[in-house]
Design a protein around this ligand. Sequence first.
Ligand code: GAP
Length: 461
Amino acid sequence: MTDKNNDKMEKIVSLCKRRGFVYPSSEIYGGFQAVYDYGPYGVELENAVKKEWWKEMVQLREDIVGLDSAIFMNPKIWEASGHVAGFSDPLTECKSCHARLRIDHLLEEIGVTADEKMTEEEINKVFDKNIDKIVCPICGKKSFTKGKKFNLLVKSNLGNITEDPKEPPVYLRGETCQGIYVNFKNVVDSVRVKLPFGIAQIGKAFRNEITARQFIFRTREFEQMEMQYFTSPDDEMKEYEELRKARWNYYLKLGLSEKNLKWHKHEKLVFYAKAAYDIEYNFPFGFSELEGVHARGDYDLTQHSKFSGKDLSYTNPKTNEKFIPHIIESSVGIGRTVLAVLTEAYTEEKVGDETRVVMKFPKNLAPVKIAVFPLLKNKPELVEKAHEIFDTLKEDYMCEFDDNGNIGKRYRRQDEIGTPYCVTIDFDTLSDKAVTVRDRDTMKQERIKTTDLKEFFGKSL
Ligand code: GAP
């Protein structure tokens, strides 16, 4: 990572804390590694991201339905999915500072790619071969313990009141899509869907990530937005290409620039996969995975059929042909989308001798759409009028009332949270029944009649 990019990341992290987007978890108790809380503007941004995804995936699609499955599930699901046996990262410990580190990340730093499907023995071979070139990113020393595969599933003691060690642990789900697979039959039997069709879900997932790196990019508790599309075996790759196109265009619509996006093809596939691509975004620390778009064959429903003993096949109503549907998936984290949106929006501009920091969010994603200011807070007639205007706009838009500090400072604060419009009520408003509307990006101000405000924002937002 270059100093410039490092600097940008630090600036984003600092703005997020200072302006109420993202806070470190449990901060007053010294924090809690790799967990973050979303503040008042962060939750608005998150909600806007979820809304856009849901609109794209469910509202605009006749062939995709929604679902909200529970976080806790029968532990057998995680055996069937392969997570109990194989959902692990290679872990080592620095013998000097005792930092726990991911071997694949250490190798990546020196330009060596370690495949996630490598066995413990295979990864240790590569690790040993390159050990002379690897240094601990925390203390700079060069002595490490032997690599060990570390399972990422998070266990709970749900329902195990006697704490019987023989009872299988109940896991907090490691990905949301398993809830979709196990409800496939319910959806087919209860809703009028025919193959090909998809099920979309947004929800929390939990992973015992070894290293806490890169802010909200990799956290132990996070939210996923996943869509699983069920097809016939013959249609799988055709639908996969359609989905890849749709996902790329979705990110452009979301306001990410094409130069900051690229495809990463997985060269080594798991045995059941037909194809696997990630969409990478140019985060301040470089291009990294934003979303996975994978063709998974019939693995998931076959496994759940086997382990549950239930028939999860589908019968084509026209041909009566019976088969296990194949699945293509789109899977993305909300934290990663929010970080991409923050990175894209962060702008510094010279205004006179000062540097203006402005978050140029697309208007649909901006946490606050309109800020309403009385010019002076000690003039009751201005404050009252400002409240009146705030009340007429709040029904349709997330608005914020602000009477703190001088107008310049209020503009700067709204720029930093990315509010597209500020409305100022001044002494002239009382006679000419007009307000000053200031545009975030151009900083241009125009007088608009209070009676025209709704129409103005109807067009501009
Ligand atoms: N169902 C497939 C699946 O879960 P994954 O590549 O492990 O695949 C999919 O995760 C997406 O979820 C990633 O592309 C990323 O956006 C997000 N994600 C995964 N682990 C994450 C973590 N620890 N913190 C934040 N987001 C994460």
